[in-house]
Design a protein around this ligand. Structure first.
Ligand SMILES: [Zn+2]
Length: 417
């Protein structure tokens, strides 16, 4: 093989002709600069749509793209970057086969960064690839946009979940849509209001809206009203995750109220016990350590109201373990009865909310909406929003979430998925 062809193979440059390879001293090492030009088939195409177009001018002259490192050295691809006049997009920089439009990195470099961003820690990606986390954000956005054109995530949707995720302090939210059958994230957009949910249904289209059989969501009115308007035939379910969450919140309110009372009465031992009780009343009983179980027994003995609140939370969880929808219904009604009379304001208030949502809660049980799956996706999205901190925009965060949770992540360069 001639050395120039060896280079083309090594660098994975398809559709390009290598003109020259030079090795320069750079800082404490060397850098490899590969001068190329697009093959004749790839020349003079619009950078956006790829349509063959007339040459406009030389553009910015020579340009460099960062490629995957060669061994320990930086590698740059260098070429002319002329502009063409596309009939649709006007004057744009011509497409090059080795890089995405508007990028200073090669395609292989970007695919590898995207793969790493999905699979490794933030600092591992930035250090290994020697680029900033901000650049990683732009790269995942470009890769995700391209992948989304290839895969139609919205086809075949029957049962979906709609939820909101806060992604920054200061009340910034995303609305996310999950496919319950595949467990995939299928859509996300900034905002949390009726209009955002309606944009999703508009994107889905009228025909596919008719196919939707069930929609799960929390108890927020802005989602349910949009759902009722866009997919009136679909059964609305209340996410088990949110129901249990509300019960945990009510329990915590009871505990805090008792703690404040104990402090007012200068009963410091009880106050300390209540503070320490937080984790054992929060945790699911099957996950308690021996020590926490002992603590729970003490609570049962010493503090009636807190133990009652604990049992109320646990019984509400039980409706999702019922053997049949009928049993769940009976359990839920029993729970409502008890909660109304329990003399714990947080739970009587919760009972009113639950009663208003009774149909939606039972629909979730009947349709077998698994709490574990909804909760798992929620947790994963939250982790991703935390990792995406430092990205320049919500779009980059959404892109990272889609690459990770929608099955859109490209394989490593030159490997088959
Ligand atoms: Zn074009």
């Amino acid at each position: 093989m001639r050395s120039i062809r060896v280079w083309a193979r090594l660098l994975g440059l398809r559709g390009a002709v290598i003109e020259d390879v030079t090795v320069n001293d750079a800082g404490d090492g060397v850098e490899v600069v590969v001068a190329v030009r697009p093959g004749w088939r790839e020349r003079d195409r619009c950078g956006i749509c790829g349509r063959r177009s007339g040459r406009f001018d030389r553009g910015g002259g020579r340009r460099r793209w960062r490629g995957l490192d060669l061994g320990t050295s930086f590698c740059w691809i260098e070429a002319d970057a002329p502009r063409v006049r596309c009939s649709r997009h006007g004057v744009v920089v011509a497409r090059v086969p080795w890089a995405r439009h508007d990028s200073g990195f090669t395609r292989a470099f970007e695919d590898q960064v995207a793969w790493l961003a999905v699979n490794c820690s933030k600092s591992a990606v930035a250090q290994l690839m020697r680029c900033s986390w901000r650049s990683v954000g732009r790269i995942v956005e470009r890769v995700c946009n391209e992948q989304r054109l290839k895969v139609d995530l919205l086809s075949g949707l029957r049962s979906i979940g709609i939820d909101e995720i806060s992604h920054r302090r200061g009340q910034r939210y995303l609305t996310v849509v999950v496919d319950h059958h595949t467990g995939r994230l299928v859509w996300a957009a900034p905002g949390r209001d009726r209009a955002t949910v309606l944009v999703f249904f508009a994107t889905l289209g009228e025909e596919r809206c008719k196919e939707i059989e069930s929609v799960s969501c929390d108890m927020a009115g802005w989602i349910s009203s949009a759902v009722a308007e866009a997919v009136p035939q679909a059964e609305r379910c209340v996410d088990p995750f949110h129901v249990v969450q509300l019960a945990s919140d009510a329990l915590d309110e009871v505990r805090r109220e008792l703690w404040r009372e104990a402090r007012r009465e200068k009963n410091l031992t009880l106050a300390k016990d209540l503070k320490g009780a937080r984790f054992c009343v929060w945790k699911n009983p099957e996950n308690l350590t021996d020590k926490q179980q002992a603590k729970l027994a003490v609570i049962q003995k010493l503090n009636g109201p807190l133990y009652r609140a604990y049992l109320l939370k646990e019984q509400l969880r039980q409706i999702y373990r019922a053997d049949s929808p009928e049993e769940a219904e009976a359990l839920l009604d029993g729970w409502l009865c008890w909660a109304r009379r329990c003399r714990l304001p947080a739970f009587t208030k919760l009972a009113r909310t639950i009663k208003a949502q009774r149909d939606g809660i039972l629909a979730a049980v009947r349709l077998g909406l698994s709490n574990a799956r909804v909760e798992q996706i929620n947790t994963q999205i939250r982790l991703i929003t935390r990792r995406a901190y430092g990205f320049h925009s919500a779009a980059a965060l959404i892109a990272l979430a889609m690459l990770t949770l929608s099955g859109l992540c490209p394989p490593l360069p030159d490997r088959v998925k």
